[in-house]
Design a protein around this ligand. Structure first.
Ligand SMILES: [Zn+2]
Length: 271
């Protein structure tokens, strides 16, 4: 009797002891897990705040960088592209030099559709009805009119864009780019293709944000969008106008670069 009683006590105490241990261990782990969760939340919050402030700093930095570049460009433009420098540069050029320059950068109309329906610059947007900067020139024309490259280059983009519709962007030599928007879906070139001046890229369309069949044509130089107007009529007989009008292009160094390149090319030919 006595022994049986003792046994029961031992069993009961063992069970009680086990319960206590289990309770202690789970209490420890619960609080430990809670602590970890709290720490994790703290870290996540800190991380969000940190990335927000990094993003903000990055934006501020980009804005400052843009301003510095704009100022640098203005100073450069004013110093190097004053009228007397351009005059001197033109005086030293012969017909061949002019032809090489005309052939090296975007020149001429991108299609037979030459009726300008919207010029470059600020305008009231036909769809948004607000004042917006128009980055190119719009030409109204017949659907299906062939659109051609205005200089040699490599296709950087050839696909559908929500705003520009079927769009081709070409990267040319010497920092120039051109863009051709709202074309029909049967684009003739692919990203990575090398194209020649005059090569058909696609056909005049009415895709993307557009109120009627037209081509949107852009000319860019480094980061700037330029007014394509004087590039359309740029040729050896109408050469000076663009040089005087576009002072963001460093014409003297561009001329040197083009002449150096062709100098090397003719040397190769001689060898
Ligand atoms: Zn446009």
């Amino acid at each position: 009797m006595e022994i049986k009683h003792d046994k029961n006590i031992i069993i009961l105490s063992l069970i009680a002891f086990t319960f206590v241990i289990v309770a202690l261990v789970s209490a420890f782990y619960t609080s430990y897990a809670d602590d970890i969760k709290k720490e994790q939340l703290k870290l996540i919050r800190a991380n969000i705040i940190l990335s927000q402030s990094i993003q903000k700093k990055k934006e501020e930095f980009d804005q400052i960088q843009d301003k510095i570049e704009d100022i640098e460009e203005l100073i450069k433009g004013n110093q190097r592209n004053n009228k007397s420098n351009i005059k001197k540069l033109l005086a030293n050029m012969n017909k061949n030099t002019k032809k090489l320059i005309v052939d090296s950068i975007p020149s001429g109309y991108p299609s037979d559709a030459k009726r300008v329906t919207s010029p470059f610059g600020y305008r009231i947007h036909p769809i948004y009805k607000t004042k917006r900067f128009h980055h190119g020139i719009d030409f109204g024309g017949k659907l299906g009119t062939p659109i051609v490259a205005t200089a040699d280059g490599i296709v950087e983009f050839s696909d559908f864009d929500k705003g520009y519709g079927n769009l081709v962007v070409i990267h040319h030599n010497f920092g120039f780019k051109t863009a051709y928007g709202h074309m029909q879906s049967n684009l003739r070139v692919k990203k990575g293709d090398f194209v020649k001046k005059g090569e058909v890229l696609g056909y005049l369309g009415n895709t993307g944000i557009s109120t009627g069949p037209h081509l949107h044509y852009e000319v860019k130089y480094i980061k700037n969008v330029l007014d394509p107007k004087n590039f359309l009529t740029f040729d050896i007989n109408n050469f000076e106008k663009l040089l005087y009008a576009e002072n963001r292009i460093t014409w003297d160094s561009l001329t040197r670069a083009i002449m150096n390149l062709y100098g090397r090319v003719s040397l190769v030919k001689l060898l």
